[in-house]
Design a protein around this ligand. Structure first.
Ligand code: HEC
Length: 169
């Protein structure tokens, strides 16, 4: 029995690692940040969830190991190489329990990367990128990153981050 369970879970791990499709080779139009810069982001840790009332969108914010450690230690600004990723989904009522909502379609993946050599927008050392999902494929956000910089400037004292570390205990 144990052998069977082991064989099954090994096969499952093998299949699941194979099924993680590579990220598309696309870049932000203005700053050239590639989607592939966050390769492996599915393994980053979730630090917060948000609900955007006006857009009816569920959002998860994830941090790469560098950013996660700094956030945990309340270290601001975040160190070089920090990456913050945001995933947005539409929602739908659960089939089995319609008073509960669940994530429906993945609508966007966006990220911020701390890179002082490349980015210095009035003290904001983050590069911004957004990739919008339509059907099965992604497209870089055509308006570019200027609006990201402008809006995130309103939270400059928090290292340009809206997210605060969300307790899980
Ligand atoms: C009009 C304001 C506004 C604009 C424009 C904007 N953001 Fe944000 N961003 C927010 C708010 C508010 C949050 C937190 C709530 C949420 O998760 O949606 C956020 C959260 C984020 C996060 C998670 C880290 C954090 O700061 O909390 C990332 C990553 C991010 N935005 C990237 C981008 C990128 C990339 C762009 C441009 C393509 C962009 N944002 C444009 C307001 C904005």
């Amino acid at each position: 029995m144990l052998q069977r369970i082991l064989a099954f879970s090994t096969a499952f791990l093998f299949v699941s690692s194979l099924s993680a499709a590579p990220l598309p080779d696309i870049k932000m139009p203005d700053n050239g940040l590639p989607f592939q810069l966050i390769d492996g982001y599915q393994d980053y840790k979730i630090v917060a969830t948000h609900w955007r009332i006006d857009k009816h969108e569920l959002r998860y914010v994830l941090a790469n190991p560098i950013a996660y450690k700094a956030l945990q230690n309340k270290q601001k600004p975040l160190p070089e190489g920090s990456k913050m990723v945001k995933i947005g989904w539409s929602v739908k009522p659960m089939t089995a329990y319609s008073d509960a909502l669940e994530a429906d379609k993945l609508q966007r993946i966006e990220f911020m990367v701390k890179d002082s050599n490349r980015f210095d927008q009035k003290g904001d050392h983050w590069g911004y990128a957004r990739f919008v999902k339509k059907g099965d494929s992604y497209a870089p956000y055509a308006n570019g990153s200027a609006e990201c910089v402008a809006c995130h400037a309103s939270v400059a004292p928090n290292d340009y981050l809206f997210t605060t570390f969300q307790p899980t205990f």
